[in-house]
Each structure stands twice: as structure tokens, then as C-alpha cells.
Design a protein. Structure first.
Ligand code: GSH
Length: 236
């Protein structure tokens, strides 16, 4: 049985089965990226619900794994050289999981870098911009009641990025063409999130991005991806 005692997070969220991947997460756009990938890869894992309501992501135990105090994070008891590894940052986790199994990422070097390029495009663009849009449009709407500037700024930048994605997806089934990859997973979770969490579908004019809308539908109806969107479940 794997020894995870070097990871203080396991004291607060004990592993029932320390031999499988431990996931610390919540059903947010960044959180579900990892459960979707784990489901798609068919890997065994144990999800732990990190409560934002209780600010658990800022607890010393959680921050022992991710000093940035944000979900998602994982421990893989069977990391490189068979040793346990802890990881945070959803893009790094997706890349690690895809390369561990050799799926959800193109096998050839050029395709691999192209895929990583689109993962970075999401991590540095789509995620932060749609996230700021959601903050000002929904979460902090009362704070900007007399100032339309932040909403307009992030709305316009989000729409511009959706336009870039539209161009990429036109004539393609997935971001990398025929293969569903971590580039799709990291991106669709945010395009979905801006709609369902922030109610942004109309103001971001999704109707003007038909290739994005069709692709989003293809992503969320994949059985494994659909399962991952509902993990982790809030404990009773
Ligand atoms: N770049 C990070 C961002 C992670 C992130 O912002 N997670 C949010 C949830 S989607 C979070 O934990 N927020 C809680 C907080 O900021 O206290 C990643 O992709 O993993």
C-alpha cells in the first residue's frame, strides 16, 4: 500500500485507497477539467470535495499541496519512477495525466506541441478572461452597478477569444481535428462554465459562434466527460 504520509493534506482528507490517484476539487470550470480527464482516461481515483463555503482551499493542509490555495490538485501515488507526486495547476495536471497514459494528446511531436499551445491559449486567455467577465457580470455585479467598464472590457475580450476558437473549430470536430484531447477538455469546461455559472450565453453572443456551440455540445455529451462534470459530489 502506498505511503502518502509525506503529504499533510491526507491528514485532513484521508485516502481510503492510497494506491489510487487522490483528487482535491470542486465542480468549478477548473475543477472539472481533471475529473473529466480522469473519466476519459478510465483511471481509478478518489475525489475529495474541497468546500469553498468553508474556505478549505486556503487551509494549511490544502496549501501544503497547493501553496496557491486553489483547486484542483492531485496526488498520484504512482508517479515518475514509481514515487508519489503532488501536482497543482489544471493545465499541468492534464498534461501529466495525458502523458502518463499516452492518450488525450497527439503522439507525434509536432501535434503534441500544437495541442500544448491550445492548452496554454486556454490557461492564459479563455480561463482568466471568461473568469473576470463572470466576476464582474455576475459575482460582483452589485459592486460595479455604476461602472460598466469592467464588464465591457472582459465581455469584449471574451468574445474576441471565442472568435479565435470559432476560427480554429470551423471544419474540425475537435480542437486537434479528429482526436479529442486535453485542449478540448481545458477549453470546453470554461465555455460551458461561462454559460451555466455566469449566465453569459446571451451577452457573450454564443449564437454568433456556431462551430464553438456545436463543439461544446459534442464535448458535454461524451459519456465519460459528462460523468466528470458531476465530480466531486458534495458530502451529505
Ligand atoms: N490556474 C489555476 C486556477 C485555479 C482556480 O482559479 N481555481 C478556482 C476555482 S475555478 C479556485 O480554487 N478558487 C478559490 C479561491 O480563489 O479561493 C488552475 O488552472 O488550476
Amino acid at each position: 500500500m502506498a505511503d502518502l504520509s509525506a503529504f499533510p493534506i491526507t491528514k485532513r482528507w484521508p485516502a481510503k485507497n492510497p494506491d489510487i490517484i487522490q483528487l482535491y476539487s470542486l465542480q468549478t470550470p477548473n475543477g472539472v477539467k481533471v475529473s473529466v480527464a480522469l473519466e476519459e482516461l478510465g483511471l481509478a481515483y478518489e475525489p475529495h470535495y474541497i468546500s469553498f463555503a468553508a474556505n478549505e482551499q486556503k487551509s494549511p493542509e490544502f496549501e501544503s499541496l497547493n501553496p496557491n490555495g486553489r483547486i484542483p490538485a492531485i496526488i498520484d501515488p504512482n508517479g515518475p519512477d514509481g514515487k508519489p507526486i503532488g501536482l497543482f495547476e489544471s493545465g499541468a495536471i492534464l498534461l501529466y495525466l495525458a502523458e502518463k497514459i499516452g492518450r488525450l494528446i497527439p503522439a507525434d511531436a509536432a501535434g503534441r506541441y500544437e495541442c500544448i499551445q491550445w492548452v496554454f491559449f486556454q490557461m492564459a486567455g479563455i480561463g482568466p478572461m471568461l473568469g473576470q467577465f463572470g466576476h464582474f457580470y455576475k459575482s460582483a455585479a452589485d459592486k460595479v452597478a455604476n461602472n460598466s467598464y469592467p464588464v465591457e472590457r472582459y465581455r469584449d475580450e471574451s468574445k474576441r477569444l471565442l472568435g479565435v476558437l470559432e476560427g480554429r473549430l470551423k471544419g474540425r470536430q475537435w480542437i486537434m481535428g479528429d482526436q479529442y484531447t486535453i485542449a478540448d477538455i481545458t477549453t470546453f469546461t470554461w465555455v460551458r462554465g461561462a454559460d451555466i455559472f455566469y449566465g453569459g450565453r446571451e451577452i457573450l453572443e454564443y449564437a454568433k459562434f456556431p462551430a464553438v456551440s456545436d463543439w461544446l455540445e459534442r464535448c458535454i455529451t461524451r459519456p465519460a466527460s459528462a460523468r466528470g462534470l458531476n465530480i466531486p459530489v458534495k458530502p451529505e
